[in-house]
Design a protein. Structure first.
Length: 136
């Protein structure tokens, strides 16, 4: 595993430890690499009004965007599971807003191990992206 993946998984795992998940008890952490190599991380943050809960992947992406970056190079997500922690559909669509279908998504487990890697396009085939709304 190249160093950047190791660092991303470590940051995602550390973020997972800080998740606010009192209702589901399912902690998730994520780390996103911007196109300039900067890393941003986040944890899931639940709310008593369940619909206001935000997933770790979106927290990390929103942190990246708040820092002025607009493109994702790769993303790592780990969760409190023995197998791979796959991003939910909403997170996949948010990823697509800021990434091409070719970017790698590293999916790990509670021990911070990468279980599988897939391209965003494999996770969200036939996706709708911002290029469909641009004037030609």
């Amino acid at each position: 595993m190249p160093d950047s993946k190791k660092i991303m998984v470590k940051l995602a795992w550390e973020a997972m430890q800080r998740a606010h998940a009192p209702y589901s008890k399912f902690q998730v952490g994520a780390c996103v690499e911007a196109d300039d190599g900067e890393l941003y991380y986040g944890a899931n943050i639940e709310n008593a009004s369940y619909g206001l809960t935000v997933c770790a992947e979106r927290v990390a992406i929103f942190s990246m965007v708040a820092a002025g970056k607009k493109r994702i190079r790769s993303l790592a997500v780990v969760g409190a599971t023995d197998g791979a922690c796959f991003p939910c559909g909403a997170c996949r669509q948010v990823m697509r807003e800021f990434a091409s279908p070719e970017i790698p998504i590293y999916m790990g487990n509670r021990r911070g191990e990468i279980v599988t890697t897939m391209a965003l396009g494999e996770l969200l085939p036939q996706s709708f992206g911002p290029e469909f709304l641009n004037d030609k």
